[in-house]
Design a protein around this ligand. Structure first.
Ligand code: CA
Ligand code: CA
Length: 297
């Protein structure tokens, strides 16, 4: 029997990291719509926490939130939507965290950088507390027409830090420049809603995605996330109040268009079955999501 192997999956290595989204960047790789690509990502500190208890003063924080990419998707043109199906997110054998005064929402007396083992699907936190792995992507975005940092969430995606953004979900993002120029990084081994200490369990990872191009669905409220059971709209703003109203409003308008509900019907249904959640409160702009069960669409 002859086994015919296809070409190896395209892989974007950790040599292709950037600290911003920039249309001037050369694509690290090119994909056809429908193609599967692997991104090797670094942790949000660019791998600098190489031992438990590392001194924060030794970290170069200009090397924060590297993204791997960008990926040029053939045929993606401004006005289209790039759909990214997240097939798998696999961490390395450890995660890192760093808390410091004035960051996050807690009072802490000094900086503290830690490194934790990841083994058998569990994060080995202190005192025998084993936290199940729930891998997710923190930063994922298409490249806007103007350069953008990797710290702030926006209409292009960016530093979304939505804990549901893991394997099995898809993310729809607007295309601003030819090829979309997708980049991603800042994976978390687990994160709670709010990401309240400014970091999650930060982990270098291997992310496998399938990319496709959607044309003519201009009403999709991007960044738009879909899991097996739910859809999500999201918004980031300096004000958590404003972010919550905007995230929910995007879903409200989408329900009216998608399901033909009146404004009052959609409002009632969202009040019954929609969950308005805080995704993070630490990424200059705070993020909220409106999560809605697909069975009521
Ligand atoms: Ca993040
Ligand atoms: Ca992070």
């Amino acid at each position: 029997m002859t086994i015919v192997k296809g070409p190896p999956m395209k892989t974007i290595t950790r040599e292709h990291i950037h600290f911003r989204f920039d249309p001037a960047f050369e694509p690290a790789e090119t994909a056809e719509p429908g193609e599967t690509v692997r991104f090797l990502t670094k942790d949000c500190y660019d791998g600098q926490i190489d031992r438990d208890g590392k001194d924060f003063a030794e970290l170069d924080m200009t090397r924060n939130n590297p993204v791997t990419g960008p990926l040029f998707v053939k045929g993606a043109e401004p006005g289209d939507i790039l759909k990214v199906d997240i097939l798998s997110v696999v961490p390395e054998d450890h995660g890192v965290m760093c808390v410091r005064p004035g960051k996050g929402i807690y009072e802490v007396q000094g900086s503290c950088c830690r490194r934790f083992e990841i083994k058998d699907g569990l994060i080995r936190f202190d005192g025998g507390r084993n936290i199940p792995l729930r891998m997710m992507i923190g930063v994922i975005g298409t490249t806007p027409a103007e350069p953008r940092d990797t710290q702030t969430p926006g209409e292009h995606g960016g530093n979304l830090d939505i804990k549901d953004l893991g394997a099995g979900c898809s993310v729809c993002l607007p295309v601003y420049v030819p090829g979309a120029l997708l980049a991603l990084g800042d994976c978390h081994a687990v994160q709670g809603d709010g990401e309240t200490a400014i970091c999650a369990m930060e982990a270098a990872a291997e992310v496998t995605v399938r990319v496709s191009v959607i044309r003519g669905e201009t009403e999709l409220p991007t960044p738009f996330i879909e899991t097996e059971d739910h859809i999500y709209t999201t918004f980031g703003d300096e004000s958590l109040d404003a972010a919550s109203v905007a995230a929910a409003g995007k879903m409200h308008r989408y329900l009216m268009k998608k399901s033909g509900l009146s404004d009052a019907q959609a409002a009632m249904l969202l009040s019954l079955a929609g969950d308005l959640r805080i995704s993070q409160v630490v990424n200059p702009k705070k993020g909220c999501v409106m999560q809605f069960p697909k069975r009521y669409l």
